[in-house]
Design a protein around this ligand. Structure first.
Ligand SMILES: CCCCCCCCCCCCCC(=O)CSCCNC(=O)CCNC(=O)[C@H](O)C(C)(C)COP(=O)(O)OP(=O)(O)OC[C@H]1O[C@@H](n2cnc3c(N)ncnc32)[C@H](O)[C@@H]1OP(=O)(O)O
Ligand SMILES: CCOC(=O)c1cnc2ccc(OC)cc2c1SCCC#N
Length: 389
């Protein structure tokens, strides 16, 4: 397949696939800042760039309205991600964020936002090397402006603005295959509200299964099972940071979280992120951690429902409580919070609990990518310690 744009970019190219002679690390050296293009890339004359101040309620509404109607849908157009405004503000304003990396395109005449792309800074460890990367996300072109090669312009512009902040690598995920995935993960889904998932057509009644039998199959207790299991609180940040940093060291690729990062990404925030830990009743040591984020989707073709409440497994650490028991407690809390489904990727040690906890494999794949950073070989999902929103 010809990738006219991606063949011009410093990313692993399909033709180089498996070439062990190529060294691991940056593909291109940084450009002297004086040589980075100072002015924005050209847009078709009827459009203009806008920098999106996510602190502004009005701008946040514009971003939300573009994404809620034009962002990612599954292959059968059953769902469309419906990131909430508070989620977007959380996702886009981590420690050290740059407003200039929140990029929109507006039609001059209608004043409507027609495209969006974002970056946030992240310290990512690749094996033993810490790399300052941009995590790129929320690339979106209005449905009416698709297939006009606008995406490459969006990508070049965010690249230029990241370069201006002396950052030369990026990490991103996509459902599409472009040069070149560093790993490919599978989504798994655990029904919490099987009746709704069957009604909207996502799940089907199993053979020889009645609806009541199916509801019973997925039933969960009202109370969590692990002694000392509780919601994370601000005073837990130092201990959770130590626990998480130590746990993530085993993976080839993972964030290099410090306490500021943990405070932002993992402290509970209503309708955005939930996090729990196990504090040993005897020693008061924090031994385990689990978290999930809230990402609803619009349901596109159902008469009975318009919204799917989905929880997505985020970062989990098990050092004393078996991971399966810890994640079952996460399912119990998610069900109590009225989520319809609990989703997880087969990254980290997730595959050890998926089948036992009645997750089913999705038909969607998620490909991980690095920009301007070659890795020796493709990774197994279990070598990946990075979850992007
Ligand atoms: C050092 C810093 C570096 C920072 C930057 C790092 C890189 C960041 C990269 C971005 C990471 C984003 C991560 C992220 O946000 C998470 S993945 C979610 C992407 N968004 C959606 O799927 C929303 C719905 N779809 C759309 O809005 C459009 O279809 C989009 C805008 C996706 C493409 O618009 P379009 O109207 O359908 O297409 P054209 O404009 O005509 O352009 C066609 C070209 O775009 C390539 N394409 C298509 N989808 C892509 C995708 N998801 N990533 C990368 N490239 C993608 C495609 O291969 C082709 O290039 P090729 O001819 O070479 O094959
Ligand atoms: C019921 C299980 O499926 C989803 O939760 C879901 C919801 N919304 C989406 C919107 C766009 C979309 O485009 C790929 C997929 C979904 C999916 S399945 C893949 C995400 C996970 N887990």
């Amino acid at each position: 397949k010809r990738h006219k744009f991606w063949e011009t970019q410093p990313v692993g190219q399909f033709k180089d696939f498996g070439d062990r002679s190529l060294p691991e690390g940056p593909i291109e050296a940084p450009t002297p800042l004086s040589e980075v293009k100072q002015e924005p890339y050209n847009l078709p004359s009827q459009y203009e760039w806008i920098t999106c101040d996510m602190d502004s309620e009005e701008m946040c509404n514009e971003v939300y309205n573009l994404l809620t109607s034009n962002y990612v849908e599954d292959d059968e157009n059953m769902f469309r991600f419906n990131y909430s405004k508070e989620f977007l503000q959380w996702a886009l304003r981590p420690p050290g964020y740059f407003r200039s990396w929140h990029i929109g395109v507006r039609a001059k005449s209608s004043k409507k936002m027609v495209a969006f792309i974002t970056g946030v800074p992240a310290r990512i460890r690749v094996r033993e090397t810490i790399v300052n990367m941009a995590e790129i996300n929320f690339l979106c072109v209005h449905k009416k402006l698709r297939s006009k090669r606008l995406a490459p312009v969006m990508i070049k512009e965010v690249t230029r603005r990241v370069h201006l902040e002396n950052s030369w690598q990026a990490a991103y995920t996509a459902g599409v295959v472009i040069p070149t995935p560093i790993t490919t993960c599978q989504y798994w889904h655990r029904s919490l509200n099987p009746k709704k998932l069957i009604d909207v057509g996502f799940s089907r009644l199993g053979a020889r299964m009645t609806m009541s039998r199916t509801i019973r199959l997925y039933k969960l207790p009202d109370q969590t099972a692990t002694p000392g299991f509780r919601k994370m609180e601000p005073h837990d940040v130092p201990a959770v940071t130590r626990l998480l940093r130590n746990y993530l060291r085993q993976f080839v690729l993972s964030p290099d979280f410090d306490e500021n990062d943990v405070e932002h990404w993992l402290l509970p925030k209503e309708n955005v992120v939930d996090s729990f830990l196990v504090e040993s009743p005897e020693t008061h040591e924090i031994t385990d951690f689990c978290s999930f984020y809230t990402l609803p989707s619009s349901i596109l073709g159902s008469q009975n429902y318009t919204a799917l409440k989905a929880a997505y497994s985020y970062y989990n650490v098990s050092t004393k409580t078996p991971l399966t028991q810890l994640m079952n407690d996460a399912l119990i809390v998610a069900k109590r919070k009225d989520f319809d489904v609990f989703n997880a990727l087969d990254v980290m040690h997730n595959e050890t609990f998926l089948k036992e906890l009645k997750f089913g494999p999705g038909d969607g794949k998620l490909h991980y990518y690095l920009y301007n950073y070659r890795i020796r070989r493709v990774l197994r999902p279990s070598e990946l310690g990075l979850v992007l929103l």
